[in-house]
Design a protein around this ligand. Structure first.
Ligand SMILES: [Zn+2]
Ligand SMILES: [Zn+2]
Length: 305
Protein backbone atom coordinates (compact mmCIF):
# COMPACT_ATOMS: atom_id res chain seq x y z
CA UNK A 1 0.00 0.00 0.00
CA UNK A 2 1.25 3.48 -0.80
CA UNK A 3 0.31 7.13 -0.66
CA UNK A 4 0.81 9.19 -3.77
CA UNK A 5 1.50 12.92 -3.52
CA UNK A 6 1.03 14.86 -6.76
CA UNK A 7 1.89 18.55 -7.13
CA UNK A 8 -0.82 19.94 -9.40
CA UNK A 9 0.14 23.61 -9.07
CA UNK A 10 3.39 24.98 -7.66
CA UNK A 11 3.40 28.71 -8.39
CA UNK A 12 3.10 31.47 -5.83
CA UNK A 13 0.50 34.20 -6.45
CA UNK A 14 0.78 34.32 -10.25
CA UNK A 15 0.84 31.31 -12.58
CA UNK A 16 3.62 30.99 -15.15
CA UNK A 17 3.91 28.93 -18.34
CA UNK A 18 5.55 26.19 -16.25
CA UNK A 19 3.68 26.50 -12.96
CA UNK A 20 -0.05 26.39 -12.32
CA UNK A 21 -1.69 28.02 -9.25
CA UNK A 22 -1.31 26.25 -5.88
CA UNK A 23 -2.88 22.81 -5.51
CA UNK A 24 -1.51 19.65 -3.89
CA UNK A 25 -3.17 16.27 -4.35
CA UNK A 26 -2.77 13.26 -2.08
CA UNK A 27 -4.19 9.94 -3.20
CA UNK A 28 -4.72 7.34 -0.55
CA UNK A 29 -6.69 4.10 -0.81
CA UNK A 30 -9.02 5.35 -3.54
CA UNK A 31 -9.66 8.67 -1.81
CA UNK A 32 -8.33 11.97 -3.16
CA UNK A 33 -7.45 14.94 -0.96
CA UNK A 34 -6.76 18.35 -2.47
CA UNK A 35 -4.96 20.98 -0.46
CA UNK A 36 -5.84 24.36 -1.96
CA UNK A 37 -7.53 24.67 -5.30
CA UNK A 38 -5.86 27.34 -7.41
CA UNK A 39 -7.11 28.37 -10.81
CA UNK A 40 -6.75 25.54 -13.33
CA UNK A 41 -6.76 22.78 -10.70
CA UNK A 42 -9.42 20.86 -12.64
CA UNK A 43 -7.28 20.82 -15.77
CA UNK A 44 -4.28 19.66 -13.76
CA UNK A 45 -6.42 16.87 -12.31
CA UNK A 46 -7.15 15.74 -15.87
CA UNK A 47 -3.52 16.10 -17.00
CA UNK A 48 -2.24 14.14 -14.00
CA UNK A 49 -4.63 11.27 -14.66
CA UNK A 50 -6.11 11.64 -11.17
CA UNK A 51 -9.43 12.78 -12.64
CA UNK A 52 -12.47 13.43 -10.46
CA UNK A 53 -13.00 10.48 -8.11
CA UNK A 54 -16.20 10.14 -6.08
CA UNK A 55 -14.20 10.19 -2.87
CA UNK A 56 -12.87 13.73 -2.98
CA UNK A 57 -12.17 16.11 -0.12
CA UNK A 58 -10.77 19.62 -0.46
CA UNK A 59 -8.92 21.60 2.19
CA UNK A 60 -8.43 25.33 1.63
CA UNK A 61 -5.61 27.04 3.53
CA UNK A 62 -6.89 30.61 3.09
CA UNK A 63 -9.02 32.81 0.92
CA UNK A 64 -6.35 34.51 -1.17
CA UNK A 65 -7.39 34.21 -4.81
CA UNK A 66 -4.46 32.08 -5.95
CA UNK A 67 -5.61 29.33 -3.52
CA UNK A 68 -9.36 29.29 -4.22
CA UNK A 69 -10.11 30.45 -7.77
CA UNK A 70 -10.04 26.84 -8.95
CA UNK A 71 -13.07 25.92 -6.85
CA UNK A 72 -15.78 27.53 -9.04
CA UNK A 73 -14.45 25.86 -12.19
CA UNK A 74 -14.07 22.49 -10.52
CA UNK A 75 -17.58 22.57 -9.02
CA UNK A 76 -18.97 23.65 -12.40
CA UNK A 77 -17.30 20.72 -14.16
CA UNK A 78 -18.35 18.19 -11.50
CA UNK A 79 -21.87 19.48 -11.95
CA UNK A 80 -21.73 19.04 -15.75
CA UNK A 81 -20.37 15.54 -15.22
CA UNK A 82 -23.51 14.87 -13.15
CA UNK A 83 -21.65 14.02 -9.99
CA UNK A 84 -23.92 12.71 -7.23
CA UNK A 85 -21.44 11.97 -4.44
CA UNK A 86 -21.21 14.74 -1.81
CA UNK A 87 -18.19 17.03 -1.95
CA UNK A 88 -16.57 18.09 1.32
CA UNK A 89 -14.73 21.39 1.34
CA UNK A 90 -12.93 22.50 4.49
CA UNK A 91 -11.44 25.93 5.05
CA UNK A 92 -11.38 29.04 7.20
CA UNK A 93 -14.47 31.19 7.84
CA UNK A 94 -15.48 33.11 4.73
CA UNK A 95 -15.37 30.02 2.51
CA UNK A 96 -19.15 29.60 2.65
CA UNK A 97 -19.76 33.24 1.59
CA UNK A 98 -17.26 32.95 -1.25
CA UNK A 99 -18.94 29.85 -2.66
CA UNK A 100 -22.49 31.06 -2.15
CA UNK A 101 -21.72 34.29 -4.11
CA UNK A 102 -20.37 32.22 -6.97
CA UNK A 103 -23.34 29.84 -6.92
CA UNK A 104 -25.84 32.68 -6.94
CA UNK A 105 -24.19 34.85 -9.56
CA UNK A 106 -23.48 32.13 -12.10
CA UNK A 107 -26.55 30.06 -11.30
CA UNK A 108 -24.57 27.00 -10.30
CA UNK A 109 -26.94 24.26 -9.12
CA UNK A 110 -24.95 21.09 -8.55
CA UNK A 111 -26.97 17.92 -8.01
CA UNK A 112 -24.49 16.77 -5.42
CA UNK A 113 -24.37 17.99 -1.86
CA UNK A 114 -21.74 20.66 -1.27
CA UNK A 115 -20.71 20.20 2.34
CA UNK A 116 -18.81 23.32 3.30
CA UNK A 117 -17.13 23.16 6.67
CA UNK A 118 -15.61 26.31 8.09
CA UNK A 119 -12.96 25.11 10.51
CA UNK A 120 -10.22 26.31 12.82
CA UNK A 121 -7.46 24.72 14.82
CA UNK A 122 -7.60 21.08 15.94
CA UNK A 123 -8.64 17.73 14.53
CA UNK A 124 -11.05 18.69 11.77
CA UNK A 125 -11.67 15.22 10.41
CA UNK A 126 -11.31 11.81 12.00
CA UNK A 127 -11.81 8.80 9.74
CA UNK A 128 -11.35 5.11 10.53
CA UNK A 129 -7.66 5.08 9.71
CA UNK A 130 -6.52 8.71 9.43
CA UNK A 131 -7.06 12.17 10.86
CA UNK A 132 -6.68 15.64 9.38
CA UNK A 133 -5.42 18.32 11.77
CA UNK A 134 -5.18 22.06 11.25
CA UNK A 135 -3.32 24.93 12.92
CA UNK A 136 -3.37 28.66 12.32
CA UNK A 137 -0.14 29.89 10.76
CA UNK A 138 1.35 33.37 10.19
CA UNK A 139 0.00 35.04 7.07
CA UNK A 140 -1.68 38.37 6.20
CA UNK A 141 -5.18 36.83 6.51
CA UNK A 142 -6.36 33.84 8.61
CA UNK A 143 -4.55 30.82 7.17
CA UNK A 144 -4.53 27.15 8.10
CA UNK A 145 -1.80 24.57 7.67
CA UNK A 146 -2.97 20.96 7.49
CA UNK A 147 -1.59 17.55 8.44
CA UNK A 148 -2.92 14.31 7.02
CA UNK A 149 -1.89 11.72 9.57
CA UNK A 150 -2.54 8.00 9.32
CA UNK A 151 -3.50 6.19 12.48
CA UNK A 152 -1.15 3.31 13.40
CA UNK A 153 -1.92 0.26 11.28
CA UNK A 154 -2.49 -3.17 12.85
CA UNK A 155 0.71 -5.20 13.18
CA UNK A 156 1.91 -7.98 10.86
CA UNK A 157 -0.42 -11.00 10.76
CA UNK A 158 1.00 -14.41 11.75
CA UNK A 159 -1.07 -17.06 9.91
CA UNK A 160 0.62 -20.02 11.63
CA UNK A 161 -0.38 -18.60 15.02
CA UNK A 162 -4.00 -18.20 13.82
CA UNK A 163 -4.02 -21.82 12.65
CA UNK A 164 -2.62 -23.00 16.00
CA UNK A 165 -5.45 -21.19 17.78
CA UNK A 166 -8.03 -22.93 15.59
CA UNK A 167 -8.99 -20.00 13.32
CA UNK A 168 -9.64 -21.38 9.81
CA UNK A 169 -8.28 -19.47 6.80
CA UNK A 170 -10.91 -17.15 5.28
CA UNK A 171 -13.04 -14.20 6.45
CA UNK A 172 -12.08 -14.68 10.10
CA UNK A 173 -8.42 -14.03 9.20
CA UNK A 174 -9.44 -10.80 7.52
CA UNK A 175 -11.29 -9.66 10.65
CA UNK A 176 -8.25 -10.38 12.81
CA UNK A 177 -6.03 -8.47 10.35
CA UNK A 178 -8.36 -5.49 10.72
CA UNK A 179 -7.92 -5.65 14.49
CA UNK A 180 -11.25 -7.29 15.38
CA UNK A 181 -11.67 -10.28 17.75
CA UNK A 182 -13.22 -13.47 16.31
CA UNK A 183 -14.75 -16.68 17.63
CA UNK A 184 -13.41 -19.97 16.27
CA UNK A 185 -15.82 -22.73 15.06
CA UNK A 186 -15.31 -24.52 18.39
CA UNK A 187 -16.33 -21.42 20.32
CA UNK A 188 -13.01 -20.02 21.45
CA UNK A 189 -12.48 -16.21 21.44
CA UNK A 190 -9.27 -15.10 19.70
CA UNK A 191 -8.11 -11.54 20.16
CA UNK A 192 -6.17 -9.76 17.38
CA UNK A 193 -3.14 -9.16 19.61
CA UNK A 194 -2.71 -12.96 19.82
CA UNK A 195 -2.01 -13.19 16.08
CA UNK A 196 -0.66 -9.72 15.18
CA UNK A 197 2.77 -8.16 15.69
CA UNK A 198 3.17 -4.66 17.18
CA UNK A 199 1.18 -1.84 15.49
CA UNK A 200 2.95 -0.18 12.55
CA UNK A 201 3.13 3.58 12.31
CA UNK A 202 1.38 5.40 9.48
CA UNK A 203 2.57 8.32 7.39
CA UNK A 204 2.20 11.99 8.20
CA UNK A 205 2.15 14.61 5.44
CA UNK A 206 2.02 18.31 6.27
CA UNK A 207 1.04 21.21 4.02
CA UNK A 208 2.03 24.70 5.19
CA UNK A 209 -0.37 26.98 3.31
CA UNK A 210 1.11 30.51 2.98
CA UNK A 211 3.06 31.46 6.07
CA UNK A 212 6.03 33.20 7.62
CA UNK A 213 7.90 31.52 10.48
CA UNK A 214 5.34 29.65 12.59
CA UNK A 215 5.90 27.76 15.86
CA UNK A 216 2.47 26.18 15.41
CA UNK A 217 3.59 24.75 12.08
CA UNK A 218 6.73 23.29 13.68
CA UNK A 219 4.48 21.50 16.19
CA UNK A 220 2.10 20.31 13.48
CA UNK A 221 5.01 19.02 11.37
CA UNK A 222 6.61 17.15 14.31
CA UNK A 223 7.99 13.86 12.92
CA UNK A 224 6.34 14.36 9.50
CA UNK A 225 7.42 12.03 6.71
CA UNK A 226 6.90 14.83 4.22
CA UNK A 227 6.63 18.57 4.79
CA UNK A 228 5.36 20.57 1.82
CA UNK A 229 6.27 24.17 2.57
CA UNK A 230 5.71 27.39 0.69
CA UNK A 231 8.84 29.24 -0.41
CA UNK A 232 8.00 32.53 -2.04
CA UNK A 233 11.29 34.39 -1.68
CA UNK A 234 14.99 33.54 -1.48
CA UNK A 235 17.02 34.41 1.61
CA UNK A 236 18.23 37.75 0.20
CA UNK A 237 14.59 38.95 0.30
CA UNK A 238 13.93 37.89 3.88
CA UNK A 239 12.77 41.39 4.92
CA UNK A 240 10.20 41.41 2.13
CA UNK A 241 9.16 37.87 3.11
CA UNK A 242 8.60 39.02 6.72
CA UNK A 243 6.52 42.00 5.58
CA UNK A 244 4.34 39.86 3.30
CA UNK A 245 4.29 36.95 5.76
CA UNK A 246 5.77 34.46 3.37
CA UNK A 247 8.72 32.10 3.68
CA UNK A 248 12.29 31.87 2.49
CA UNK A 249 14.30 28.63 2.11
CA UNK A 250 15.80 29.36 5.52
CA UNK A 251 12.37 29.51 7.19
CA UNK A 252 11.15 26.35 5.44
CA UNK A 253 14.34 24.42 6.16
CA UNK A 254 14.45 25.53 9.81
CA UNK A 255 10.83 24.41 10.20
CA UNK A 256 11.67 20.98 8.76
CA UNK A 257 14.77 20.74 10.96
CA UNK A 258 13.10 21.77 14.22
CA UNK A 259 10.10 19.55 13.50
CA UNK A 260 12.34 16.54 12.82
CA UNK A 261 10.66 16.03 9.42
CA UNK A 262 12.11 13.39 7.10
CA UNK A 263 11.78 15.26 3.86
CA UNK A 264 11.02 18.81 2.68
CA UNK A 265 9.50 19.89 -0.63
CA UNK A 266 9.38 23.60 -1.48
CA UNK A 267 6.41 24.89 -3.43
CA UNK A 268 4.49 28.19 -4.02
CA UNK A 269 7.49 29.42 -6.02
CA UNK A 270 7.44 33.07 -7.10
CA UNK A 271 7.35 33.80 -10.84
CA UNK A 272 10.60 35.76 -10.37
CA UNK A 273 12.54 32.46 -10.12
CA UNK A 274 12.81 31.14 -13.64
CA UNK A 275 15.55 28.93 -12.27
CA UNK A 276 14.69 28.04 -8.67
CA UNK A 277 18.04 26.38 -7.91
CA UNK A 278 19.01 29.29 -5.63
CA UNK A 279 16.06 28.32 -3.38
CA UNK A 280 17.16 24.71 -3.36
CA UNK A 281 20.78 25.53 -2.48
CA UNK A 282 19.74 27.83 0.35
CA UNK A 283 17.37 25.28 1.85
CA UNK A 284 19.80 22.36 1.49
CA UNK A 285 22.44 24.32 3.40
CA UNK A 286 20.26 23.75 6.48
CA UNK A 287 18.17 20.74 5.53
CA UNK A 288 19.81 18.50 2.91
CA UNK A 289 16.79 16.31 2.17
CA UNK A 290 14.99 19.08 0.28
CA UNK A 291 13.60 19.21 -3.21
CA UNK A 292 11.72 21.82 -5.25
CA UNK A 293 8.30 20.92 -6.56
CA UNK A 294 7.40 21.24 -10.20
CA UNK A 295 3.97 20.80 -11.72
CA UNK A 296 2.90 17.15 -11.93
CA UNK A 297 5.80 15.99 -9.73
CA UNK A 298 4.77 12.71 -8.07
CA UNK A 299 6.16 11.37 -4.83
CA UNK A 300 5.15 7.94 -3.63
CA UNK A 301 5.45 6.89 0.01
CA UNK A 302 5.40 3.12 0.49
CA UNK A 303 4.35 1.40 3.66
CA UNK A 304 6.65 -1.35 4.82
CA UNK A 305 4.89 -4.68 4.49
ZN1 LIG B 1 -0.47 32.21 -2.13
ZN1 LIG C 1 -1.70 34.09 0.62
Amino acid sequence: MSIEVVFLGTSGSIPTPERSAPCLAIKRMGELFLFDCGEGAQRQLIRSGLGFPAKLKIFISHLHGDHVFGLPGLIHTLSLLDRRAPLDIYGPPGLRDFLSCIRTTVGLKPRFELRIREVGEGIILSARDYVVKAVWVEHSIPTLAYALEEKPRPGRFHPERAKELGVPEGPLWKQLQLGMPVRTPDGRLVRPEEVLGPPRRGFKIVYSGDTGWSEALVELARGADLLVHECMFDNSLSERAKEDKHSTPEVAARTALEAGAQRLVLTHISARYKDPSVLLEQARALFPNTMIAHDLLRIELWHEE
